[in-house]
Ligand binder design. Structure first.
Ligand SMILES: [Zn+2]
Length: 490
């Protein structure tokens, strides 16, 4: 009797002390723990966590062991918290180009092997599709003006150049040279990004023989359209190197007998851009505190929280490598998922390019999924207003790892620190050596993390499964992935 009474008293007591999701988010996110993660991940020791470097591996080890300490289960394929894979890094050659006896000093290899070529090229001005399809280009080098008569911005030159390259390859041309006119600062930053490139080992290199160059000259070329040009191209010093790297993964099962078959992914990339050009103070280590020690720490906070207080749905934690090399870690993951993708009902990604407004959480793709209400509630409960992408022209939805999942059909927004524009305050730190742990507002970050954890719990415990809003670009992909019956298809 006594015991029963005690048990029932205890039962009542336990019930009345059961914490709400809000309290669980509030109580488990700790400012000092958060600082510990960020200061470690952004330490100079890790040399900017560039994919394939020892600093990247040290970061991965730290994250793997945090997941271990929270009780996550390892990758069943490796029985570790890693998903290892290999990439190939190419260092572009130095290229010299001359045409009709004039030598040009600013030449960028968009795609070039080591070679020494000379002979007659053909000049086709901007070159329309119709002109290109008509011309005999077999084995030829074609010289163009970059872009179109009404678009010479680097981005449009690049896009149009890729279209021309496709036609030229079909016609059996040997390569193309485009004359562009780009200011020296933009030129050097583009040259920097083409200097090294990284791809998957298994990616086909079928077209790598096709030569593609940009020549920067403030004056438009004075060749005659349709006429031959004497040219010489020499490219030397191209190198390839293998990079070993790894995603970090771990999962936790949900508590609900039905909902545990559905997983919420909590993800962030942990790599950054490594060592680069020094700033005025001589600092050359790009520590990436904002980009993306902040996001990585959001995932750790979630894992710690769910480790202590499991949600109804299961949780998969993924920390990506290779994001800065072109979203490679997330692309690799969706091709090699450790648990079938159709069990993943949501990807709550977090990536931080920086912030300029500490009253906000900016969620790229907020209004694109039916979980928007939970994310707004999550952020607002901790004093932050949730807004959608304020800089749509930047194409941010397609520039972080969430898009790898969205393309597969999984609803996937990116939760980011508050910004209301891509302005000078953002660029002060974005991909700069100044992006350091001691430059962050930790009072703000506490709210940011509590908002993330609370939002995640609301999504993971909701009886209703989240999905794309009607008419979204990825809605069809989602219906296909989840094998939705025809009756649900509109
Ligand atoms: Zn970045």
């Amino acid at each position: 009797m006594k015991q029963l009474l005690l048990l029932s008293l205890l039962g009542i007591a336990l019930n009345s002390f059961a914490q709400t999701d809000k309290e669980l988010a509030e109580n488990t996110v700790d400012s000092n723990i958060v600082k510990g993660h960020i200061y470690f991940l952004a330490d100079d020791l890790l040399m900017g966590r560039e994919t394939g470097t020892p600093g990247n591996k040290i970061a991965a080890s730290y994250l793997a062991n945090m997941l271990r300490s929270y009780g996550a289960k390892p990758n069943p394929e490796t029985n570790t918290y890693y998903q290892p894979f290999e990439l190939v890094e190419t260092t572009a050659p130095e290229v010299e180009f001359s045409a009709n006896d004039k030598t040009y000093s600013e030449v960028m290899p968009i795609n070039a092997n080591n070679l020494d070529l000379s002979g007659k090229a053909i000049y086709l001005d901007y070159g329309s599709d119709t002109e290109l399809k008509k011309a005999d280009l077999q084995g030829k080098i074609v010289i163009f003006k970059g872009g179109t008569s009404d678009g010479q911005a680097p981005r449009s030159v690049y896009r149009r150049g890729m279209e021309k390259a496709e036609i030229l390859k079909e016609k059996g041309a040997a390569g193309m040279v485009e004359f562009v006119s780009i200011d020296s600062q933009t030129w050097s930053s583009i040259a920097h990004s083409f200097h090294k490139s990284v791809r998957f080992t298994e990616d086909s290199t079928a077209h790598s023989e096709f030569l593609q160059l940009w020549v920067n000259d403030s004056l438009p070329p004075k060749f005659e359209k349709g006429k031959q040009v004497d040219f010489r191209i020499s490219a030397t010093g191209k190198k390839e190197k293998k990079l070993a790297t790894q995603n970090v993964v771990g999962y936790m099962e949900g508590t609900d007998p039905e909902l545990k078959n559905e997983y919420i992914i909590y993800s962030a990339h942990y790599d950054h851009v490594g060592i680069g050009r020094p700033n005025a103070e001589g600092d050359s280590i790009y520590n990436g505190a904002r980009d993306n020690a902040i996001g990585t720490t959001a995932v750790l906070s979630m894992a710690e929280n769910i480790g202590n207080y499991p949600t109804k749905r299961s949780a998969l934690f993924i920390l990506f490598t290779g994001e800065e090399k072109g979203l490679l870690g997330s692309q690799y993951y969706v091709k090699h998922p450790i648990i079938p993708l159709e069990k993943m009902v949501y990807c709550f990604n977090t990536d931080g390019g920086g912030y300029n407004n500490t009253e906000l959480a900016t969620i790229i793709g907020l209004e694109r999924t039916t979980a928007a209400k939970h994310i707004k509630n999550g952020a607002e409960t901790f004093g932050l207003r949730a807004i959608d992408d304020p800089a749509k022209e930047q194409g941010l939805f397609d520039r972080s790892d969430n898009v790898s999942f969205a393309k597969m059909g999984i609803p996937a927004p990116t939760y980011s620190t508050g910004f209301d524009a891509f302005d000078a305050e953002i660029f002060k730190y974005y991909h700069q050596p100044s992006d350091e742990a001691n430059s962050l507002d930790y009072q703000y970050l506490l709210k940011f993390y509590q908002g993330y954890v609370y939002s995640g719990r609301l999504i993971a415990n909701d009886a209703e499964t989240p999905f794309w809003v009607q008419g979204d670009k990825y809605e069809e992909a989602g219906k296909k992935l989840y094998h939705m019956p025809a009756a649900l298809k509109d």
